[in-house]
Design a protein around this ligand. Structure first.
Ligand code: FAD
Ligand code: UDP
Length: 371
């Protein structure tokens, strides 16, 4: 017999599971407190007709065929390889650091072997590698650390790299070749008509009932659901009983520039050392849209506000583990997603986790008998 599930959060985690359960014949009540679907990947056409990402730039990249096949049911794609420049002392350099970065920054003419030897001569070997400071000093040494990483990280997280786990800075590779792509995944593309359109198609199923503008805490009849999926912040679910889990927030400053064909050379330009914002993204690079003007967004990191990033530190992970122990006792509830799992997930990792969760939920629903 068909079962009914409540899913809180219409981002990648919630929507992927919603579709998985609906395809298997179950009913889904999907809620989100925001007035739109797609979570932080939400995109929309701004007042000037440019497709923008309301919550900052979202670039899709994955090595997972499974994730790619799942999303490809709901969208066609536009090939796009993201490139980023980092501004140091007013000049733009390829970022992540590669051989061209070294040659341009230091006036050198290194080949690949020369670039390896350069890194070897400047790196500060660290063992064990525990923090983000360890990661960067160990690979590129102090000068590049201070020019590209230290101040960006302080701005982004309000913490020193030595206070953040290694995984944060380890997201950024260091290259001896001249590859200037931000990602090297086998599949790199943007949904041809945008993320929101892709979500609309994912959720367009007779078994899925979407209700927007409603908070989980407003629901009073949880007993009627066979299963509950929760993709919001895990500490909020438990009413912050052990104290709040820290999340980093951002303020997005969107701007349209009329009659400016192109504002900057690359999709994103990072400002490690100047300004209160970390980076500027120009959306037309990402979407390929043609328009007489252009729209950009500046990201200002903030301590308060909507939770966008879990903050990977030992202290925070210890607190998260305490909430996990409570979560394990909620046998009817699945916690999944970037906020519920307190993991610095990319979109494809969330979808991968959600596909696996959907399968587990289907297995458990098949054992429930309705009274
Ligand atoms: P979310 O998208 O946050 O969705 C959770 C939803 O739950 C939200 O819509 C929220 O409103 C809702 N919710 C929460 N609590 C409640 C409640 N109590 N009641 C009702 N609804 C609730 N990933 C990439 O792969 N590439 C990128 O380029 C990239 N860029 C990013 C840039 C920024 C600035 C940020 C912040 C993230 C970026 N990401 C990127 C990561 C990506 O946004 C996430 O991995 C993904 O969106 C997480 O999906 P989710 O469903 O777990 O969470
Ligand atoms: N980072 C940095 N300088 C940069 C870009 C990134 O120091 O120019 C560090 C910073 O700590 C950042 C982390 O690397 O938070 C991960 O960067 P990424 O671009 O992956 O962050 P996201 O896109 O998730 O905000």
């Amino acid at each position: 017999m068909n079962k009914i599930s409540l899913i809180t959060g219409a981002g990648f985690a919630g929507s992927t599971i919603a579709r998985g359960l609906a395809d298997a014949g179950h009913m889904v009540h999907l809620i989100d407190k925001r007035p739109h679907i797609a979570g932080n990947a939400y995109d929309e056409v701004d007042a000037n007709g440019v497709l923008i990402h309301r919550y900052g730039p979202h670039i899709f990249h994955t090595n997972s065929d499974k994730v790619c096949q799942f999303l490809s049911r709901f969208t066609e794609w536009r090939s796009y390889e993201h490139r980023v420049l980092g501004v140091v002392a007013g000049r733009h350099y390829p970022f992540p650091i590669n051989r061209d970065t070294l040659n341009q920054l230091y006036g050198l003419d290194l080949d690949e072997t020369g670039a390896s030897a350069f890194f070897e001569s400047v790196r500060e070997p660290r063992h064990p590698i525990c923090t983000s400071e360890d990661v960067v000093l160990n690979s590129v040494g102090r000068d590049l650390y201070e020019k590209f990483f230290l101040h960006y990280t302080r701005k982004q997280w309000g913490l020193d790299p030595s206070q953040l786990k290694a995984g944060v800075a380890a997201r950024i590779p260091v290259r001896t070749n001249t590859d200037d792509r931000y990602f090297t995944d086998t599949f790199q593309a943007m949904p041809l008509h945008g993320y929101t359109k892709m979500f609309e198609r994912m959720l367009d199923h007779p078994n899925i009932n979407v209700q927007l503008g409603i908070d989980f805490s407003e629901l009073t009849d949880l007993g009627r659901y066979d299963h509950i999926v929760y993709t919001g912040p895990i500490d909020a679910y438990f009413k912050h009983c052990y104290g709040p889990l820290p999340y980093r927030s951002l303020r997005f400053e969107h701007q349209h520039l009329a009659d400016v064909q192109q504002f900057q050379q690359a999709g994103t330009v990072n400002y490690p050392n100047d300004h209160a914002y970390t980076r500027i993204t120009e959306f037309k690079h990402l979407t390929g849209q043609e328009h007489t003007g252009t729209s950009i967004v500046r990201e200002y990191p903030e301590a308060e506000g909507d939770p966008y990033y879990p903050i990977p530190s030992d202290t925070n992970e210890a607190l998260f583990k305490r909430y996990c122990e409570l979560a394990e006792k909620e046998s009817k509830v699945t916690f999944v997603g970037r906020l519920a799992e307190y993991r610095y997930y990319n979109m494809d990792q969330v979808i991968g986790a959600a596909l696996a969760s959907a399968q587990k939920i289907l297995d458990s629903l098949s054992t429930i008998r309705r009274t």
